[in-house]
Design a protein around this ligand. Structure first.
Ligand code: 2HA
Ligand code: ZN
Length: 281
């Protein structure tokens, strides 16, 4: 089958276009990766022309031999739909999970995303934690979530609780909470390790003053998660722009009641009592 006609490639391209239309991908901002299942790789392997092995910059032994769709370093999400073969590609990992080679796409000297270590370390953690269910890792630069990293304390507890309060669906969509990585240099192994550590518990990690990572089983779920978190952040930005404190909000016991009816487990760590001085009380 032609790579560009495959369903998983169409889904990847649609998600990239959706992210661009949301305004989450200025210039070359953001990156997307998808772990192919065996049948998907087989369905397009006739078109593969493997290049040289190159270092990933991280070690992901549990992903040895896996294939990934990845956006390209320096490439624009805006161009994914019109220049697909330059904007993204399919890579294969070696038997140690330490090197990759380009099998398709990333034409004219392209390379995988600069955040390849973070993507692959997150894939390794999430594939392990979900019994292989999660296949998509998505990074973007959504303005409201980033804005909050300048005014809220950079703690998992505060971000989770404040975003849960902004929309009743939030604790149902991300009951396990949200992790926050303090500002770090992007693109390297250190930020990849810090992010993948959070991904053991969460499906969302916010990078302070930079953006957000989400993990999910498919494109709909992962895009939907990003969209839900950013929408909630937008509401919080609006609320905090009107006045520093909320007149009323969802209370800890109300979250506990919601958890029972919607059959989700909401960790008590996020249902703390607030003090007068706490942000967004
Ligand atoms: O430019 O988003 O984090 C791509 C990025 C790096
Ligand atoms: Zn980024």
């Amino acid at each position: 089958m032609e790579v560009l006609k495959a369903g998983f490639v169409q889904g990847f391209m649609r998600m990239a276009q959706d992210g661009w239309e949301q305004g989450w991908h200025e210039r070359n901002g953001g990156n997307l990766s998808y772990r192919l299942c065996l049948e998907e790789a087989k369905s397009v392997e006739k078109e593969f022309a493997p290049g040289q092995w190159q270092e990933i910059g991280a070690s992901v032994p549990a992903l040895a031999g896996a294939y990934f769709l990845v956006t390209g370093s320096g490439k624009y999400f805006r161009n994914v739909a019109i220049q697909p073969e330059e904007s993204f590609g399919i890579i294969e990992l070696d038997e140690k999970g330490e090197n990759y080679r380009i099998c398709w796409g990333l034409a004219n000297g392209g390379r995988p995303t600069s955040e390849l270590p973070s993507h692959l370390m997150n894939h390794e953690v999430k594939a392990g934690a979900t019994g292989g269910r999660h296949r998509v890792i998505y990074h973007c630069h959504p303005a409201n979530t980033i804005a909050l990293t300048f005014v809220l304390p950079l703690s998992d507890e505060v971000f989770t609780r404040e975003l849960w309060e902004m929309a009743t669906e939030c604790p149902v969509v991300f009951p396990e909470g949200i992790g926050v990585v303090p500002w770090m240099v992007p693109g390297g192994k250190d930020i990849a390790v810090a992010t993948s550590e959070l991904m053991k518990r969460y499906n969302v990690a916010i990078w302070a003053h930079h953006g957000m990572f989400c993990s999910g089983a498919d494109f709909d779920e992962t895009f939907g998660l990003m969209h839900t978190v950013e929408k909630s952040a937008e509401i919080l930005v609006k609320v905090l722009s009107m006045q520093p404190y909320k007149r009323q909000t969802i209370q800890p016991d109300e979250f506990r009641r919601l958890a029972v009816d919607f059959k989700v487990k909401l960790p008590e760590q996020f249902l703390y009592e607030k003090h007068e001085s706490q942000a967004g009380r």
